[in-house]
Design a binder for this molecule. Structure first.
Ligand SMILES: Cc1cc2nc3c(=O)[nH]c(=O)nc-3n(C[C@H](O)[C@H](O)[C@H](O)COP(=O)(O)OP(=O)(O)OC[C@H]3O[C@@H](n4cnc5c(N)ncnc54)[C@H](O)[C@@H]3O)c2cc1C
Length: 384
């Protein structure tokens, strides 16, 4: 099969060559944001490929965006600092008013406006999104006043705009259990320090994630995206694209680990020969390769269904699950192949190992994917 995105892959890979392991290593050590890398991606238009041409993007399908993110990860880099700039705007594009699209999308396309923070998760509700406690109540002037707290809101310090999911109707007053939540677009530049507080969380990876506090934050009526009360459905429709794109990053990670391990197994000599001549070293690499190629087929299938406008919920979830498992297994295999040197920062294996682990937990954990497949696809009884 010919790859329709070979040119894109080649161009992204060339760009990534300017940001080698030592660049990512230094940022990881300092927990710094990859500003230069994000600027370079933005300058070449790679973060606006999903935005329709009428708003200044290149209007490419999700398969193209997946190819870009896969290449970034395959090069040893990390797209998590900016991948959400590609897809968070999708909610505004699908459900926003014409005025909101005109106001925000052209700026997001040029990178002048950063829309890459989405506050859904809260400390007390976790994965149970319908139990979230942040509220947005009508303020009497047509606007809303937001109160509550989000956790793990990534890139909030590097975003101008933030989408927030908040409860607008109490849980016991809604007809359907999925009603009553709404999405707001908050201009963080106006509100920071005035009802909006962002606190970074230091984590085991360099991820720029934060907790966000809303204290009587007043937003105008036109901050509401789409219809009041339909926010939960809106975020569900955006999940398939996020699953596919993160799965593509996992495929890139897995390919990086496989290449790294193969090269090392060929070069590292002990007991009078390369360690790669031992089947105990060869087989885990070959197994990872087979699993990654299989997972990639599922990512491609999910992406082509998505691009054809067809339902791809099961495939997008399976892609995320299989790719997340494949990259994690490849990470562990690479650690084992490197032996003691895997722990030395200079090989980047330990950094990528830490980074790859995230995707079995966020943006959706493997358990919740399996539960979706079991209950919604296979028809097993619901556990919650
Ligand atoms: C680095 C990082 C970045 C993130 N970025 C964002 C972001 O930008 N925006 C945002 O909104 N969120 C973000 N998240 C949150 C992320 O989506 C959640 O951490 C993830 O969905 C898991 O939710 P939780 O941590 O609340 O786990 P919990 O819901 O507390 O669950 C804990 C464990 O129990 C399991 N579990 C829970 N319920 C069930 C069940 N019914 N059946 C089986 N197992 C179950 C879960 O799978 C998980 O393994 C981020 C998280 C991290 C760590």
């Amino acid at each position: 099969m010919t790859d329709p995105y070979a040119d894109i892959r080649e161009a992204v890979s060339r760009l990534c060559a300017d940001f080698p392991g030592e660049y990512w290593r230094r940022l990881d050590r300092e927990r710094e944001y990859p500003t230069d890398f994000v600027r370079a991606l933005t300058g070449h238009g790679w973060l606006s490929v999903l935005i329709p041409e009428e708003y200044g993007g290149s209007g490419l399908p999700i398969s193209a965006a997946a190819a870009i993110l896969e290449e970034i990860h395959k090069s040893g880099g990390n797209g998590a600092a900016c991948h959400a700039q590609m897809y968070t705007m999708g909610l505004v594009l699908r459900h926003g008013s014409d005025a909101q699209k005109q106001r925000y999308l052209p700026g997001v396309a040029t990178g002048e406006l950063r829309l890459q923070a989405f506050g859904v998760t809260e400390p007390t509700s976790g994965t149970d999104t319908l139990a979230l406690r942040t509220t947005a109540m009508k303020d009497g002037d047509g606007g809303y006043v937001i109160n509550g707290q989000k956790i793990w809101t990534s890139r909030a310090e590097h975003s101008d705009l933030m989408l927030v999911l908040a409860r607008t109707t109490p849980r016991d007053k809604v007809e359907k259990r999925t009603d009553g939540l709404s999405v707001f677009i908050v201009d963080m530049r106006e509100h920071l320090g005035k009802g909006l507080t962002v606190r970074p969380i230091r984590t085991m990876i360099n991820h720029a994630t934060t907790e966000v506090f809303f204290d009587d934050l007043h937003v105008p009526a036109d901050a509401l995206v789409g219809e009041e009360g339909k926010g939960f459905r809106y975020i569900l429709t955006g999940m398939n694209s996020e699953r596919i794109l993160i799965a593509a990053e996992c495929i890139g990670d897995a390919r990086w680990f496989i290449k790294k391990a193969t090269d090392y197994a060929n070069e590292r000599n002990v007991f009078g020969g390369p360690i790669g001549k031992n089947q105990g070293i060869q087989f885990p690499i070959a197994e990872s390769f087979a699993e990654t190629e299989a997972a990639d087929l599922m990512v491609k299938q999910a992406a082509s269904l998505y691009d054809a406008g067809e339902d791809c919920g099961p495939q997008a979830n399976m892609a995320k699950y299989l790719a997340g498992e494949a990259s994690w297994k490849a990470a562990d295999m690479c650690m084992q192949t490197f032996g003691g040197f895997a722990f030395a920062e200079e090989f980047d294996v330990e950094r990528k190992f830490r980074e790859a682990r995230l995707y079995r937990i966020a943006p959706i954990s493997t358990n919740l994917i399996l539960s979706y497949l079991a209950e919604h696809v296979l028809g097993l009884p619901r556990s919650y």
